[in-house]
Design a protein around this ligand. Structure first.
Ligand code: PMV
Length: 309
């Protein structure tokens, strides 16, 4: 049996604007993960996919062509050049909440590609994995920027600009993040579509906001590389203000962002597509417990602490 894992991720700076060519900064979150196992099945059984969290089990042949798990299995086998005539059982499980901006779809796909590649004696590079996962992200997201598959396949902090070579960068002083869940599922495709419609109506206004977000992301990367943690926090607050102007916040996200700041966070913002999903708060060892408590009191459904760098 072959086992492979992939982490979740959060976007520190630049979501939404990244779809329009601006830079964004994302980091892996290893406290949550997707797991895929591949086992050889008895001859003639074909490929079976077991999605444990969804309590589903089906054969590759039965799955509709737009099934994201089927798509990643087929494209991986085609990439390796071995076709789909195999007898395999692929089992997937994940501790990453679905549709909360933590990259669950990309992580599940990444774990599958890794496990299949290794099982068939054909391990794939991070770039090859990222490219394959990007294709299935289109099923989940419509017009993904590519940031999720990149940060998850490389498992490193990334400075990402659409259609450019990725830049992996170093974190001078580790960042302590509290990630808190509104408990509200928010499909990325819907939030991205709403932003697109708003941009089509008022191009100038939205392009200015995208530019401002891009500047914040660039400054954010520099602050992280220099270890200027307080500046990172301030820039997170500024990024959140701009995301509100894009209309992707929600009362629940606002409640959690406020609670984190009241608890003493250096900065807090929604992370990912918005409307629901998670907020991230930058804390210190001293403020960490108070911020966690404030977030729980404000109704956070799940709180994860992650150290980056
Ligand atoms: O998958 P999420 O919720 O982290 O959102 C991805 C970030 C967006 O910028 C909103 C979309 C994209 O494709 O980059």
């Amino acid at each position: 049996m072959t086992v492979a894992y992939a982490p979740g991720k959060v976007i520190l700076f630049g979501e939404h604007a990244v779809v329009y060519g601006q830079p964004a900064v994302a980091v892996p979150v290893t406290q949550v993960q997707a797991r895929a196992t591949v086992e050889t099945s008895p001859e003639g059984q074909g490929i079976t996919i077991i999605a444990e969290n969804l309590k589903q089990s089906y054969s590759l042949e039965q799955a509709p062509p737009d099934d994201a798990l089927r798509a990643i299995v087929v494209s991986t086998l085609e990439h390796i050049g071995v076709g789909t005539k195999h007898d395999l059982t692929i089992t997937i499980s994940s501790t990453i909440p679905i549709a909360r901006g933590l990259g669950s779809g990309a992580a599940v796909s990444t774990a599958i590609v890794r496990a299949l590649g290794r099982h068939l004696g054909h391990p794939l590079s991070s770039q090859a994995i990222s490219n394959l996962v990007y294709e299935t992200e289109k099923i989940h997201h419509g017009t993904p920027s590519g940031i999720d598959n990149t940060v998850i396949a490389f498992e490193k902090p990334v400075y990402f600009i659409r259609d450019r070579k990725i830049e992996i960068f170093s974190v001078k002083s580790p960042l302590l993040l509290v990630i808190a869940d509104t408990g509200i599922a928010s499909p990325t495709r819907i939030a991205v579509t709403h932003v697109r419609q708003a941009w089509e109506r008022e191009r100038e206004k939205y392009e200015e906001l995208f530019d401002e977000i891009g500047t914040v992301a660039e400054m954010g990367r520099q602050a992280i590389e220099r270890g200027e943690t307080e500046t990172v926090g301030r820039l997170m607050n500024e990024n959140h203000r701009l995301l509100r102007l894009l209309c992707v916040s929600s009362p629940e996200l606002e409640g959690l962002v406020e609670a984190a700041r009241e608890g003493g966070a250096l900065g807090a913002k929604l992370s990912g597509a918005g409307r629901g999903g998670n907020i991230i708060a930058l804390v210190t060892q001293e403020t960490r417990s108070r911020v966690e408590l404030m977030l729980r009191l404000a109704g956070a459904k799940g709180v994860v602490v992650s150290e980056v760098g």
